[in-house]
Design a protein around this ligand. Sequence first.
Ligand SMILES: NC(=O)c1ccc[n+]([C@@H]2O[C@H](COP(=O)([O-])OP(=O)(O)OC[C@H]3O[C@@H](n4cnc5c(N)ncnc54)[C@H](O)[C@@H]3O)[C@@H](O)[C@H]2O)c1
Length: 355
Amino acid sequence: MSISTLAEYGFTKFPAARMPFMAESVEYFKKHKPYSGLKIVHNNHLTLSSICKLAPLLLSGASLTITVTDSLQASPDVIEILHEHGVNITKINDLKDDFDILLDCGAGLANIVHPRIGAIEQTQSGKVIFEKQNRYPVISVDESYVKKLETLYGTGDGFKRAFNCLVKEDLAGKKFVVFGYGKVGHGIVRELKKMQCSPIIIIEMDNEALNRARLENFQALSINEDLGSIKKHLKEAFCVITATGVPGVVSKYFSRQDISDGYKVNMGTEDEFGENFLAEDVLANKKPLNFILEEPTLVEFLDPIFYAHNAAIDLLLTKKFAAGFHSLPLDFDLNILLRWSKFHKTDVSEIYQFI
Ligand SMILES: NC(=O)c1ccc[n+]([C@@H]2O[C@H](COP(=O)([O-])OP(=O)(O)OC[C@H]3O[C@@H](n4cnc5c(N)ncnc54)[C@H](O)[C@@H]3O)[C@@H](O)[C@H]2O)c1
């Protein structure tokens, strides 16, 4: 089976209307072969939606090597589908250090491959490693508004779909307490507001985040100064949600008895309720709630990230970047964001609050 059929397979799973950036790339790359003559290595998750990310690169004229380092998700079904279409996964030990471009996720290949032109990194965790090297330019897709679109809108939407799946109650007029008003917390509160949950109490430690919440007319309390009132709200809460990025944050300040028997939700990557709470106290046994879903984040929100990760190759080829670490250039980033907003007829202006 051919690569064109692989692309078609991908878009039967995720129609072009859901992934317009990838659908457009497939057509463009098939026609123009923009990366002919380049040797590219791609190290990223291999989930079903990855097929749509890989399809344009496989049609781009480049010699593409695909790897998946241990910390990344690799679905055996997806590897099988790729095999059936003549696309093989290269073992890390079999890699030769002979590439022009490295497309990496979590800096899995940072110490193995030394690209002649440069690298593009997808995540925050990869930043720490790539920031230390100065032999070639690295562009980070994580430092961008498109990433904020995924975290703020995409994760908020994932929270809403998962919560509605488990809790079949009318949420209007119910009290929610949310720890953390960063990107994820803001996205969750945005969805709670749409569902007419009220009051929504925001707990923060950062003054800028507290002010942002107050400007939006939420009751925002400081974890450092308002412990007494926070306890009162926790006792009355219909639901307590965590999104601080701090493992065990609730147990640092509160006991199990301090919080009502209402719903408890963790949306952080690690368990944010901590040792004072049993796994069964928290929905989804303390795992990020949206991970109970087949699509924790809808592909609509991954499509622009996939696009930026692939298309930043053009930036490396056409612009002069010094060796070292770079954020995604603002004009490139905003152009993707505005096109996404048009494709999906969605106002994205709240994203600009996050600099
Ligand atoms: N579930 C998902 O799909 C998903 C997606 C993206 C990120 N995440 C995870 O969600 C978590 C939050 O990510 P983010 O991007 O919103 O981070 P962020 O840094 O933008 O926001 C975190 C906020 O929590 C606040 N905070 C820190 N300590 C606090 C405390 N003791 N009390 C109250 N507030 C406190 C910070 O001031 C900050 O405003 C991370 O663990 C991240 O990995 C989950």
